[in-house]
Design a protein around this ligand. Structure first.
Ligand code: SDX
Length: 428
């Protein structure tokens, strides 16, 4: 008989089956807890709660392990490409040459967006944050492709929505940037690869030749791989929750873009650079800011540090930190905030406050330094995170739909007023 968990409530013992994953993680299956015991669980922030079974990404927070479909993030970042990793996450296996060529070619054929998108874009003032523009433009695809409103339509129809999402995201991102700087938009140049096309749409200026720097394109491709998926994080759980109501892939991912925007999640990469610049302008006194981060009466947090799951080094942070050195060296850039970041890390990792709470640099701590070196403006840093996370959101939405998961509807413990009669206004 498989092992069981026992729960004693009101002197009665209840048994629940244990579920063991392929990496030997153990969960208590409480699918009939309320029916059996009349009680629910309470778990703020779902720190101890699994929402699903998934075969996409595995991470071990204690060992600092991250694998996409069983392949280590270190190997994929070094040897693969973003579109190959996207295919792996979404379809479950690395593509062969013909499959990757077909996938890449399909994406090339859908990089253009409907001209009416410009009418939506023109409605945004240049002060609009590009994440808000992106979320709106991405969701507007439900208007241009109304057949996508049925998430259960044919496999070919779902694949077309997946291809359109990956193909148009860079166009939306670049157009959101052009809107922020008041420049005319550029159309995708399909003679270039995925990152080259994006960089040219971002930085090409009228009547100027733009040449893609391979160092920049390669660094961007690696960063997108490192952000591609991360199991049931805040934005991915949002995509799954919205998708569980049978909302379209476009509206589900638009919700994920909004969840990623928050400074505690994907928005942290923008906050890290703002923080590092503040420390630099304040004279670079790292100890002063470390003490502020430790002071419970001070709202300052060390952005880019800490993680819900990683209680060891975020493996992505290690790769990005090395890549930052490489890219700045190759581009001949000496960014003073890199040295401040390295000193912050060095001091924090020796400080008992951070050591006791197992707070290490996360994916966002060094990524902004590379984005800045690549010429990406700070208000677009989280947009870059969204571009990278897109295949993960797609893969998770697709898995949830294929597994026919029920609509997400958590319960609560009510703590409000108990029954009371209405009192007429002149008697209150
Ligand atoms: C991402 O989930 C994912 O996988 C996300 C992500 C992905 O790929 O999708 O990895 C991407 O979102 C990375 C995280 C980016 N966010 C930041 O860098 C913002 C700064 N970090 C935090 O605010 C915090 O660490 C979180 C939000 C990341 C995690 O928060 P938790 O797990 O809810 O932990 P907590 O806030 O309860 O903190 C535990 C303790 C607290 O102190 P005590 O109450 O125990 O005294 O650690 C302290 C916190 O005050 N703490 C920090 C801190 N992070 C946590 N103190 C100072 N600086 C920090 N950065």
């Amino acid at each position: 008989m498989s092992e069981k968990a026992q729960l004693i409530i009101g002197g009665k013992t209840y048994e629940f089956p244990l579920v063991t994953g392929s990496e030997h993680e153990v969960a208590i299956d409480i699918n009939d807890l309320l029916e059996k015991t009349g009680a629910i669980t309470l778990d703020h922030g779902f720190k101890n709660t699994g929402s699903t079974k998934s075969a996409i990404t595995f991470l071990d927070g204690d060992k600092g392990i991250l694998r996409y479909r069983g392949y280590s993030i270190e190997e994929l970042a070094e040897k693969s490409t973003f579109l190959e990793v996207s295919y792996l996450l979404i379809f479950g296996e690395l593509p062969n040459k013909a499959e990757l060529f077909k996938f890449t070619d399909e994406i090339k054929k859908h990089t253009l967006v409907h001209e009416d998108i410009k009418k939506i874009l023109d409605g945004f003032p240049s002060t609009a944050h590009p994440m808000g523009v992106m979320a709106s433009l991405f969701c507007s695809q439900t208007a241009f492709y109304p057949e996508s409103l049925d998430p259960n339509r044919s496999a070919e129809g779902v694949r077309l929505s997946i291809v359109r999402s990956l193909a148009k995201m860079p166009t939306f991102a670049a157009w959101a940037y052009k809107n922020a700087v008041g420049h005319p938009v550029n159309y995708p140049d399909n003679s270039l690869d995925y990152c080259g096309r994006f960089l040219k749409m971002m930085f090409a200026l009228p009547a100027e030749d733009y040449h893609v720097d391979p160092v920049i394109a390669d660094a961007l491709d690696k960063l997108l791989i490192l952000h591609a998926d991360h199991e049931q994080n805040c934005s991915t759980s949002t995509v799954r929750m919205v998708g569980s109501s049978k909302a379209s892939i476009y509206s589900s991912i638009s919700a994920g873009i909004n969840a990623l925007w928050g400074p505690l999640h994907g928005g942290a990469n923008q906050e890290v650079i703002i923080m590092l610049e503040s420390i630099r302008k304040d004279g670079g006194d790292v100890d002063k800011w470390i003490n502020k981060a430790k002071d419970k009466n001070d709202p300052f947090r060390l952005m880019g540090f800490g993680h819900r799951v990683y209680k060891n080094f975020d493996p992505r942070a290690k790769i990005i930190k090395k890549a930052a050195d490489d890219v700045l060296g190759k581009l001949g850039i000496n960014d003073p905030v890199l040295e401040i970041a390295q000193r912050l890390e060095e001091v924090a990792l020796k400080d008992s406050y951070f050591v006791e709470r197992k707070l290490y640099p996360n994916v966002d701590f060094y990524s902004g330094i590379i984005y800045r070196a690549l010429g990406i403006p700070v208000e677009l840093f989280t947009v870059m995170f969204a571009m990278g996370r897109l295949p993960g959101w797609i893969a998770q939405w697709k898995e949830m739909r294929e597994n026919k998961e029920p609509i997400g509807r958590p319960r609560q413990v009510y703590t409000g007023a108990t029954p009371r009669p209405y009192v007429a206004i002149d008697k209150r």
